[in-house]
Design a protein around this ligand. Structure first.
Ligand code: C2E
Ligand code: MG
Ligand code: MG
Ligand code: MG
Length: 281
């Protein structure tokens, strides 16, 4: 962890409006206590079906508000949690709380919803993952089909270990998305072999889609590839109408990004998206 260097762990102290450095050990100590101190929460970002206007799919995104340091970005603490092994307990916390949210939405009359959780490579390889997910589905009495996992190509490189896990996940009825698609090192061979449902085009391709011909070409190619293989394709990091139009022309109709909504707490999602979209009859 140390060789990552200090700069890697610089983050913004929101309360004090000043930039602070902290060492990895301090941040790790804080993160270790974050679950018990109830400093973690899950936010949800909608995916909009631009053909129907429906909003049924959400991605759960972890938030950490430390009492001393304020909000710390997942792009800082998730890699730290990975390096220290804390990701296992944090990951289980995420799974349980996403299931609890689904249950709560179900109880309020919203049955036709889907929440995808990010699973880090280390957690993906953890022997109890599938069992744990199964036990949470049971505990909260929800349908497995309302749950999805997002894994990056990085989690998928060891085919021998990966396929049986993915098969078990799939057998439960949980959908599988490849996150940040196009940025990993894996060969295309794995999409052929693995029981994948969704490709999520990485936001780095979407960002300059209107300016950079190469990004536009890569995006169109991923959409075409997904279509040919019978996979769903979701574009993430969509921030403006022009990008939505590009994607519609390229026949990608599932859009996630700030243009529609930033990630929000569950009750906000319910007010803004579930009630308004009349999933409740
Ligand atoms: P990700 O899974 O690729 O999630 C998408 C990230 O893009 C989120 O950042 C989201 O807030 C951000 N985003 C969404 N729409 C836009 C947009 O229009 N423009 C821009 N610029 N950004 C957008 P976030 O929440 O900071 O999470 C960063 C990464 O941290 C995630 O990338 C994921 O890899 C990881 N992460 C977050 N929550 C969890 C979790 O519960 N477990 C694990 N293992 N990783 C997580
Ligand atoms: Mg994700
Ligand atoms: Mg992503
Ligand atoms: Mg990412």
């Amino acid at each position: 962890v140390k060789e990552r260097g200090k700069a890697h762990y610089q983050f913004y102290r929101t309360e004090m409006n000043s930039s602070v450095f902290t060492n990895v050990v301090t941040l790790e100590t804080h993160l270790r206590k974050a679950i018990d101190k109830a400093e973690l929460s899950l936010y949800y970002q909608p995916q909009v079906n631009t053909e129907t206007g429906e909003v049924k799919n959400f991605e759960a995104l972890l938030r950490w508000k430390d009492r001393e340091f304020g909000h710390i970005s997942p792009s800082i603490f998730i890699p730290l949690a990975e390096d220290t092994g804390l990701i296992i307990s944090i990951g289980y916390w995420v799974i349980e709380n996403a299931c609890r949210q689904i249950k709560s939405w179900n109880d309020n009359g919203y049955d036709d919803i889907h929440v995808a959780i990010n699973i880090s490579p280390k957690q993906f390889q953890h022997p109890n993952l599938v069992q744990f997910i199964q036990s949470m589905i049971k505990k909260y009495d929800i349908q497995a089909s309302s749950l999805g996992i997002e894994i990056t190509e990085g989690a998928m490189n060891d085919t021998k270990e990966t396929i049986p896990i993915l098969k078990k996940v799939k057998e439960l009825g949980i959908s599988i998305s490849v996150d940040d698609f196009g940025t990993g090192y894996s060969s295309l061979n794995y999409i052929k072999q693995f029981p994948i449902d969704v490709l999520k085009i990485d936001q780095s391709f979407i960002r300059d889609i209107l300016l950079d011909e190469k990004d536009a070409a890569i995006t169109s190619t991923i959409i075409h590839l997904g279509k040919s293989l019978g996979l769903e394709v979701v574009a993430e990091g969509v921030e403006n109408q022009k990008q939505v139009e590009f994607l519609s022309n390229a026949e990608c109709y599932k859009i996630q990004g700030f243009y529609y909504s930033k990630p929000l707490p569950g009750d906000e999602i319910e007010k803004r998206f579930l009630v308004n979209n009349k999933l409740k009859q």
